[in-house]
Design a protein around this ligand. Structure first.
Ligand code: PEP
Ligand code: MG
Length: 570
C-alpha cells in the first residue's frame, strides 16, 4: 500500500479500481501542406464535428444538471463559432501552409498561454475550456474517438479533465476522480461537486497510479491509498458510512432555520470572490453574503473601472432579495497582488502596505470602488467593510472618502444610496483591543480570523514552519474574539466571523457561547455547520465556551473541544 495526500476538491469517499485516461499522443504533421484550400476545408469539417458533439453534451447536461451547468457548453459553442478563433486558425493555415490539425494545436497553445499567465485563478482555469474545444476539433480531424465513456464502476485518473469530459461521466459508474492538475474553481471541480463525485487533485498521480490499481481516497481531507490493505479499507468504509449518514441528516434540516436546539438563530452567510460564485449561493440556504473579497476583481489584467464594478455589485445585490451583500473593499498586499497597484518589494508584506493602508494611498482607485458601491446600493441591500483596520483614524479617513464620493455623485446628479452601513474587519490585535472604541463609530464588525490568528500570535499564515503556532484554538485568539463580541453587544451592533474558522464545527459552540450570531463561509460548509449548530442548546454552547475559556494552553482547548465534539459524533 502506498499513501499520499492530495488537494481535496469534492467531498466523499471513493474506493474502486482505476480507469486511467491517458493523454492521447497525437502527432502532428509539421511539414507544409500541399493544398491550403483542402486544409481549410478539413478544419471546417473538424469544427462542425466538434459543434455537433458539444450540442449533444449541452442537451444532456441541460436535462441532467440544469440550465446553469449547461451554460458552460453554451460558452464552448460560442468559442467554436468565435470569429477571432476561427480567423486565427485560418490565418495560420494560410500564412504557414500548415496542416489543419497542427494549426489548431498551435493557435490553442498560444491562447492557453495567454489565459494561464493571468493572475486570476478563475481566468487561468479558462485555459481548460480552450483546450477542451480545440482537442475536440483535432480529434475529429484525426478521426480519433471523442468520448471517454467508462463501462464499469471505477475511479477516473487523468492528467486533467476537461469540463465536457467531467459532464459526460456516468455518475452511476464513475465513483471518484483524481487528476494531476486542476483547482477548486475549475469547471470540472464545480461539476464534480454538483454531481457529488468525490474528487482530489494529486500531484504526479499519472505516474503514482497504474491502470488497474485499486485506490481508496477521501475527498474531504485529500488522503489517498493505492492498493490499500484490509485495515485501511475497513477504516474508509466506516468513513463512507459516516459521510452518507451525515449527508442524509443534513438534508433533514433543509428549509428549516439555522438555529440551536432551543431555537436561538445563527445566520449562516456565504463568502464569495466574484459574481460567478453567486450561482452556488442562490442554490444554497445562504440569504446574505458576509464577505465579498473584491480584490479578486483587481487581479485581472483588465482594470475594473467604476462602471464595471457598479454592474458587478448591482448584479450580486439584486440576487439577494431577502438579504444583503457585505462588500469588502480592496484587500491587496500581503500574499495578494494586482497589476493595478505599484507595491515595492517589502521585507514583511503582511505587515506592510496592505488592505486599507494601500487604499488610503491610492485614493483614485479606492474612490472609484466606493462610488461603484454607493451607486449599486440603489438596487439592493449592501454593506461596506474595510479590511486590515488597525486604528480609528484609518476608519475615519476611509469614511471621509465615502462622504466625498457622495458629494461628487450628488453634484453629478448620479443616484446613490445615502444609508449604506459601514463596518470593519477585525483582523488586527489593535482593532480587537480597541473594539469598545471602534464599536462607537462603526456599524458592524466582522472578525477575520485568518488574519487575526496570524497577527495575534505573530505567526505568518503562509509559513509552514510556524504553522504549529497558527491556530484559532489558541486562548489568545478566543479571548480576542470574546472581547470583540462583548464590545459589539454593549454597543448593540452586529458582529460576524468570516475567516475560515467560521466553518469549524468544533469551535462552533465557543463562537455561539461568546455571542456570535452571524457566520460567513464557503457555501459548501453551510449544511454541516447548520446541522452541528442544531445539536446543542444555547446553554450547552455557553457551558462549553466557559469550560474552554479556563485553559491557558492551546492543546488543552483543542483536546477538550474535540472530546465534546466526538460525544455528539460531530
Ligand atoms: C480573514 O483574514 O479572516 C479574512 C476573511 O480575510 P482574507 O482571508 O481574505 O485575508
Ligand atoms: Mg484578512
Amino acid at each position: 500500500m502506498m499513501s499520499y495526500f492530495g488537494l481535496p476538491i469534492a467531498k466523499g469517499i471513493a474506493h474502486n479500481k482505476i480507469y486511467k485516461i491517458e493523454d492521447l499522443l497525437i502527432t502532428f504533421d509539421e511539414s507544409s501542406a500541399s493544398d491550403v484550400e483542402k486544409e481549410l476545408e478539413i478544419f471546417k469539417n473538424g469544427r462542425m464535428g466538434a459543434i455537433a458533439d458539444v450540442e449533444k453534451i449541452y442537451e444532456k447536461t441541460l436535462t441532467t444538471l440544469g440550465e446553469n451547468e449547461a451554460r458552460i457548453f453554451e460558452a464552448h459553442l460560442s468559442l467554436l463559432n468565435d470569429i477571432e478563433l476561427i480567423g486565427q486558425v485560418e490565418a495560420y493555415i494560410k500564412d504557414k501552409s500548415a496542416h489543419a490539425a497542427y494549426a489548431v494545436s498551435e493557435v490553442s497553445k498560444q491562447l492557453e498561454a495567454i489565459f494561464t499567465s493571468m493572475d486570476n485563478e478563475y481566468m487561468r482555469e479558462r485555459a481548460a475550456d480552450i483546450k477542451d474545444i480545440t482537442t475536440r476539433i483535432i480529434k475529429h480531424i484525426k478521426g480519433v474517438k471523442t468520448d471517454n465513456s467508462v463501462e464499469e464502476e471505477c475511479i477516473v485518473v487523468a492528467n486533467d479533465l476537461t469540463p465536457s469530459m467531467t459532464s459526460s461521466l456516468d455518475k452511476n459508474l464513475v465513483k471518484g476522480i483524481i487528476t494531476e492538475t486542476g483547482g477548486k474553481t475549475s469547471h470540472s471541480a464545480i461539476i464534480a461537486n454538483l454531481l457529488e463525485i468525490p474528487y482530489i487533485v494529486l500531484d504526479r498521480c499519472m505516474s503514482l497510479i497504474n491502470q488497474g490499481d485499486t485506490v481508496v481516497f477521501d475527498g474531504t481531507d485529500g488522503s489517498v491509498h493505492v492498493d490499500p490493505d484490509e485495515e485501511t479499507v475497513v477504516e474508509y468504509r466506516k468513513r463512507q458510512e459516516e459521510y452518507e449518514s451525515l449527508k442524509s441528516k443534513y438534508k433533514e434540516l433543509e428549509g428549516l432555520p439555522a438555529a440551536t436546539k432551543d431555537g436561538e438563530k445563527v445566520e449562516l452567510m456565504a463568502n464569495i470572490g466574484n459574481a460567478e460564485d453567486m450561482e452556488f449561493v442562490v442554490k444554497s440556504e445562504a440569504k446574505s453574503i458576509g464577505l465579498f473579497r473584491t480584490e479578486f476583481l483587481f487581479m485581472d489584467d483588465e482594470y475594473p473601472d467604476e462602471e464595471k464594478q457598479f454592474k458587478i455589485y448591482k448584479e450580486v445585490a439584486e440576487q439577494l432579495p431577502e438579504g444583503y451583500v457585505t462588500i469588502r473593499t480592496i484587500d491587496i498586499g500581503g500574499d495578494k497582488n494586482s497589476p493595478h497597484f505599484d507595491i515595492a518589494a517589502e521585507d514583511n508584506p503582511f505587515l506592510g502596505y496592505r488592505g486599507i493602508r494601500l487604499c488610503l494611498g491610492e485614493v483614485e482607485i479606492f474612490k472609484a470602488q466606493l462610488r461603484a458601491i454607493l451607486r449599486a446600493g440603489v438596487y439592493g441591500s449592501i454593506k461596506i467593510m474595510f479590511p486590515m483596520i488597525a486604528t480609528i483614524k484609518e476608519f475615519m479617513d476611509a469614511k471621509e472618502l465615502i462622504e466625498e464620493c457622495k458629494k461628487e455623485l450628488k453634484r453629478e446628479n448620479i443616484e446613490y444610496n445615502d444609508n449604506i452601513p459601514v463596518g470593519i474587519m477585525v483582523e488586527t490585535p489593535a482593532a480587537a483591543i480597541m473594539a469598545d472604541a471602534f464599536a462607537k463609530v462603526v456599524d458592524f464588525f466582522s472578525i477575520g480570523t485568518n488574519d487575526l490568528v496570524q497577527y495575534t500570535l505573530a505567526a505568518d499564515r503562509m509559513n509552514k514552519q510556524v504553522s504549529y503556532m497558527y491556530s484559532a484554538y489558541d486562548p489568545a485568539v478566543i479571548r480576542s474574539i470574546g472581547m470583540v463580541a462583548q464590545a459589539a453587544k454593549m454597543n448593540n451592533i452586529p458582529v460576524s466571523i468570516c475567516g475560515e474558522s467560521a466553518a469549524d464545527k468544533t469551535l462552533l459552540p465557543v463562537f455561539v457561547g461568546l455571542g456570535i450570531r452571524h457566520l460567513s463561509m464557503s457555501v459548501s460548509f453551510i449544511p454541516e455547520v447548520k446541522w452541528a449548530l442544531h445539536l446543542r442548546t444555547l446553554e450547552e454552547a455557553e457551558e462549553i465556551k466557559n469550560e474552554a475559556s479556563v485553559f491557558y494552553v492551546k492543546k488543552d482547548v483543542e483536546e477538550y473541544l474535540k472530546k465534546v465534539s466526538e460525544m455528539l459524533y460531530i
